[in-house]
Ligand binder design. Sequence first.
Ligand SMILES: [Zn+2]
Length: 430
Amino acid sequence: MGAIGLQTWTDGERRETQRARLRAMAADVLAGNTFYKEKLGAAGVTRPEQLVAGWDALPFTTKTELSADQAAHAPWGRNLTYPLERYVRMHQTSGTTGRPLRILDTAESWAWWAGIWADLIYGAAGVTAADRVYFAFSFGPFIGFWSAFAGAERLGALCISGAAQSTPERLQSIVASGATVLLSTPTYALRLAEVAREETVDLERSALRVSIHAGEPGASIPATRERIESGLGVVAFDHTGATEIGPTGFSCEARDGVHLVEREFIAEVLDPASGEVAEDGEGELVLTNLGRWGWPVIRYRTGDRVRLERGRCACGRTWAKLAGGIVARADDMVIVRGVNVFPSAIESIVRGLDGVAEYRVEAYEERGMVELRVIVEPLPGIAGGIRDGVAEALHRSLGIRCAVDLAEPGALPRFELKAKRFVRVEAKRP
Ligand SMILES: [Zn+2]
């Protein structure tokens, strides 16, 4: 799996390296970045060493704040460290929450993205220059797999774009090109497997051997990962990242959670109830990127609910791990009759059952209480029975009873990006 070198450092080495990089970044940011000069200045920080020394008292950065700044200073906002002519790329967030944020990269910061992919994410998945990498991605303004493409190119692999292709065309392209690695969302990998079955394309006998997934937590949910692996004949890996932060994590060969790229990010965990910040534990993930000087985020509240663990992984790495990947968006948790329910918990249960093609969860209020309705689309040819099976499995695992309804084959949406299977609705639908 290649050398993992620095990825086995001690806590002391980690802190020392991160502080040195933070200090270097702060020199440029405090000199040229109006947004952070103002924000940190208000907290009494005007020199790089103050940023490091006063870290625990620094304010958080939120997406709402960055959005408001961009709206007030359109089109780019003030989170720019260098003059505009230094920037070479614009991407935007997917807009699943609020208006999309436009984010600029310099040539240096784009090389930073590509380098993390080439050295660490592909490295952990055993992808090399000998591989042919297929991207089932639309290559629109959303950053998605653009950086993964740049990283594979830097690695020396053969890069194959799947933009503007239908699912059958993508399957054809994967088989014909002898692609060995697939990049897609977990949902779309399941869609490829579904269409391959319909079109009798034998992916298990194709050259595909590895898949890397992002955009949703599926590849860290064992039941979903097993479906992807058996459907495509691959070993599936998870990757976490965000347009406004960078490529933050990857799963290793132990495939037990997601390692954070601690060489490039400072990770903290915020307990939303107490406001306490810790280096590990459960809560909202807070990240600072150390290599994207042109568009930095400092103590950025990701909105992701995680359990961050420290210690040595079976793979030998000591970089912190998110147990189970990103468990949920912090605001996606619902409390049903006193039970905390995360969308990923429902996914894990439903995907673990045979006969389920797709599903959707609706949360609604009834008499002041949150209720869940799970809509399940059976695989073709699967009759009755499945509804009771899903209801029982949910009751057994979550300890609550949910309404379960069946959908016609093909009735539920298939997603290429950012699947939205968990929705809040006004009331239970008939
Ligand atoms: Zn590991």
